[in-house]
Design a protein around this ligand. Structure first.
Ligand code: C2E
Ligand code: CA
Ligand code: CA
Ligand code: CA
Length: 279
């Protein structure tokens, strides 16, 4: 039994080492990718249900690794956060999104808004406001074309400081959206103090909306709350006709999900938009 325990421990330690080594390698490869145009953005449409128009698009980070293949951001973002790379990577995302807004405009796409995800580390530690300002200056993009998605946990760690940062972003004209809403530990009473224009209902609720009464109730509550505060509600992760019907019934205004469109490379998004408006 003693030997067993020792073996179990050794196995555990080996796995730990492998994980540490893997993260280290991944971090180094991300640094290199950042210097060599190795990251891309994928764009997923947001559909306004009232008139079926595309009102925006979320830009999602994509990384193709030579050996690993496509690596999920859920895997590499935490590594970038812990390894101190997220501020540079996040800055690249904002810059690339603004560059793409300019390119979409040149192609003649309707002037939709592009949303980018802001990591908690980037929101708290980086000089996010200054950096955003200079990117907007450099690219000449109008601030209201840019939206930042932040999560509740980002905001709730230091509420006063977060409100200050949000207000500064609001002042320069960047839009703010509360991502993954309902999953965190935010107090609804705080919501009124936040200068946000959008709430995104987390996909975990959307995906249970047909099978779990509790999820439907949460969705209804979030929609009611947002209405009373004049905040736009976006439901994310919409995959089925049935989910869409439920969301319409609940009064949801904007939806995003595989049902309408997957995240697409910029060129594919452009042609997708063309097809959408033809129909
Ligand atoms: P998120 O911000 O909640 O993004 C939504 C995720 O749901 C995306 O996964 C998207 O591809 C996926 N999704 C969209 N529609 C559907 C659907 O109908 N069904 C299902 N099952 N999934 C759907 P993705 O692209 O793998 O990103 C995962 C997470 O990684 C994001 O979650 C976000 O937290 C993070 N992330 C992605 N890009 C960035 C970035 O540029 N910066 C930062 N800080 N985080 C990012
Ligand atoms: Ca998001
Ligand atoms: Ca989300
Ligand atoms: Ca999420």
């Amino acid at each position: 039994a003693k030997a067993d325990g020792r073996n179990t421990f050794r196995l555990f330690a080996e796995q730990m080492n492998a994980e540490v080594k893997d993260r280290k390698e991944m971090l180094a490869d991300m640094r290199e990718a950042l210097d060599n145009n190795g990251f891309q953005l994928a764009f997923q449409p947001q559909v306004q249900l009232a008139d079926q128009s595309i009102v925006g698009s979320e830009a999602l980070l994509r990384w193709h690794h030579n050996d690993r293949g496509q690596v999920s951001p859920s895997r590499f973002i935490p590594v970038a956060e812990q390894g101190g790379l997220i501020v540079d990577l996040g800055e690249w995302v904002v810059g690339a999104a603004c560059d793409q807004i300019g390119l979409f405009d040149k192609m003649g796409l309707p002037p939709i808004r592009i949303a980018v995800n802001i990591s908690s580390v980037q929101f708290r530690r980086g000089n996010l406001v200054e950096c955003t300002k200079s990117i907007l200056d450099r690219t000449g993009v109008s601030p209201d074309r840019l939206e930042f998605e932040i999560t509740e946990s980002v905001v709730m760690t230091d509420v006063d400081k977060a409100i200050k940062t949000m207000q500064e972003l609001d002042t320069i004209g960047v839009r703010l959206s509360m991502d993954d809403f309902g999953t965190g530990y935010s107090s609804l009473s705080y919501l009124r103090q936040f200068p946000i224009q959008k709430i995104k209902i987390d996909k975990s609720f959307v995906q249970n909306i047909e099978i779990e009464e509790n999820s439907m109730e949460i969705v209804n509550a979030i929609i009611g709350l947002s209405r009373s505060m004049n905040i736009t509600v976006v439901a994310e992760g919409v995959e089925t006709e049935g989910q869409l019907a439920k969301l319409k019934e609940a009064g949801c205004e904007v939806v995003q999900g595989f049902y309408f469109g997957r995240p697409m490379a910029a060129q594919d998004f452009e042609s997708w938009m063309g097809d959408w408006h033809k129909e």
